[in-house]
Design a protein around this ligand. Sequence first.
Ligand SMILES: NC(=O)c1ccc[n+]([C@@H]2O[C@H](COP(=O)([O-])OP(=O)(O)OC[C@H]3O[C@@H](n4cnc5c(N)ncnc54)[C@H](O)[C@@H]3O)[C@@H](O)[C@H]2O)c1
Length: 380
Amino acid sequence: MPKPLNIGMIGYGFMGRAHSNAYRRVNNFFNLEYQPVLKAVCARDAEKAKAFAETWGYESIETDWKKLIARKDIDAVDICTPNNLHKEIALAAAAAGKMILCEKPLAMNSEEGAEMVAAVEKAGVPNIVWYNYRRVPAVTMAKQLIDEGRLGRIFHYRAVFLQDWTISTDLPQGGEALWRLDVNAAGSGVTGDLLAHCIDTALWLNGSIDTVSAMTETFIKERKHNLTGKVEKVGIDDACAFLARFKNGSLATFESTRYARGHKALYTFEINGEKASIAWDLHDLHRLSYFDHNDESKLRAWRSIHVTDHGGEHPYMDHWWVPGLQIGYEHSFVHQVADFLEGLATGKPAGPTFRDALETQQVCDAVLKSARAGSWEKVG
Ligand SMILES: NC(=O)c1ccc[n+]([C@@H]2O[C@H](COP(=O)([O-])OP(=O)(O)OC[C@H]3O[C@@H](n4cnc5c(N)ncnc54)[C@H](O)[C@@H]3O)[C@@H](O)[C@H]2O)c1
């Protein structure tokens, strides 16, 4: 029998559902030493929290996250709240000796992130940040191909993350679901929300970024605020594009916006190396495009690899269905829980840890600073 690991989850929105689903399914598909137990969910509204607990099978509810952290029967705290609460909750959870699974971005900025890293490292508690795209099998396979040296020297990294849901001037900012438009709750706009994903993947696949040069724009300057009822200045970046130089000498472009009409969540990246190139598209997430210059020239072409094979060939897929049958978005969270639990059992922590996620935060900060100053900025 696996050992129980009691989860206390704070926040029950989009990510609360994605994580709950992952905790419930992980032991059905992965043979692990630990098993998450849905001990308590915390939200400010008791009725809504009760309804969520019933739907997802949580044993109890709390309406104050401090009470949840104080509970002796909670081993791990999962932070699924807006970004402005990550630091306070993480510091309290670390002080109480709890393991922490924190949603991304780690914090509102790198100063906060550094405090969080110091707190978990001082407390010696296992910690991880939910940059889940690393664990889409095709993305994990991209990492394997790069680490095997198949691309050779890398010249270019290109990433975009495009959405179109904030174009209307009638959309208010702040409060439930729209906290992303409120700089005081989100910290930044597309930089911390969407580009942070692109940056985490990029650092993982291609190493550290040295310098950045960015531009941002806020297309709609004022919006009604849901919490105050007043029309207030919008403080987030609606769009951000930046150039980057990686420490390995490669050049990069990153672009993100919520004003790309027709795109809901177009996250793509392409990496060009001396010997081969790789491309990936979230809309077709089980496929990895691969071009190998070593192929016989008359057959040389981009191939589209359906990453669903067994026998250890394609990451994570041995745990799922039969070859050829694909999995989806939610499975990246199941994989993250599986790797976190495996890390507890082996003592080799799964990434990205708080320290790894701090580097992403530092890139975000350098990007925003560069956009304000109109200059190249060094990361860190
Ligand atoms: N990994 C990913 O791909 C991904 C995707 C979406 C969001 N996120 C991150 O997840 C976090 C949450 O985003 P979301 O989309 O789930 O937001 P959401 O608005 O759907 O849910 C936020 C939840 O936090 C709760 N909350 C707010 N203040 C609280 C408080 N004081 N005490 C208890 N609960 C409180 C809200 O009631 C709500 O249930 C953010 O940090 C976001 O950046 C990550």
